[in-house]
Design a protein. Structure first.
Ligand code: C5P
Length: 234
């Protein structure tokens, strides 16, 4: 058995859309000097990849889907100012991944066990020294069950919809809160009720409700627990 201390420690941050897990994960990874896995990006990449292959008139079988997920030509490359460029087939696709169409495809593909199987090892391959912060829906429950710290980050639907509205306003888009709430409820419903790897806290997760907290407050809470857990391994 591998020595615990020589294995890269993993911190998982799971939660629903708009809980702030992406921003929190980035900051915690930066503070600790750890690698970062944005697992949602892999499901979105799969959506974009399938769209690009749409010239193939045949619906892929489960085996083909699993193989596509395993082999899709993806690269995460350090970009400007600490950002990460995401490449599909050697093209930077960051902006294309963030559209509603791709989000919707990602969420449908994520309900397919063949896709989840195909992406499993790719996600585990991100685990390298000195450590990894992994964000998603099933990081603590399925992908990294031995993580040293599992955070489940949630917030009220209203707070999450309001955060999304602010992000869109910054991009020059104005969408009503009612529509955003409706989208959020649909996504939550699908993520929480799917049969395979549904969104739920791991039994040993630390639950944080960020409804009344700002980003810095959540980062401080996570960093305090992470520092304590890491010192216990030292
Ligand atoms: O986090 P993000 O919104 O980018 O994820 C896109 C979709 O991928 C989610 O709606 C969710 O259904 C799916 N997903 C998942 N498991 C993960 C990460 C994302 O099912 N670990």
């Amino acid at each position: 058995m591998a020595n615990m201390k020589t294995m890269a420690p993993v911190i998982t941050i799971d939660g629903p859309s708009g809980s702030g897990k992406g921003t929190i994960s980035r900051q915690v990874a930066r503070n600790l000097g750890f690698h970062l896995l944005d697992s949602g990006a892999l499901y979105r990449l799969m959506g974009l990849y399938i769209l690009q292959l749409a010239h193939d008139p045949q619906q892929p079988t489960d085996d083909e889907l699993e193989q596509l997920a395993r082999d899709m030509p993806v690269e995460f490359r350090a970009g400007k100012a600490g950002d990460v460029d995401i490449l599909l087939d050697n093209q930077v696709v960051n902006d294309r991944l963030r559209t509603e169409q791709i989000g919707e495809m990602a969420s449908r593909l994520a309900a397919m066990p063949a896709v989840r199987r195909g992406l499993l090892q790719r996600q585990r391959d991100f685990c390298r020294l000195p450590g990894l912060v992994a964000d998603g829906r099933d990081m603590g429950t399925v992908v990294f069950p031995d993580a040293i710290l599992k955070i489940y980050l949630d917030a009220s639907q209203e707070a999450r919809a309001e955060r999304r509205r602010k992000q869109l306003i910054e991009k020059g888009e104005n969408v009503s809160i009612a529509i955003l709430l409706q989208d959020l409820r649909r996504r939550d419903q699908r993520d929480r009720n799917r049969k395979h790897a549904p969104l739920m806290p791991a039994d040993d997760a630390v639950n944080i409700d960020s409804t009344e907290l700002d980003i810095d407050q959540v980062v401080t809470i996570v960093m305090d627990i992470a520092t304590e857990r890491l010192s216990m391994r030292a």
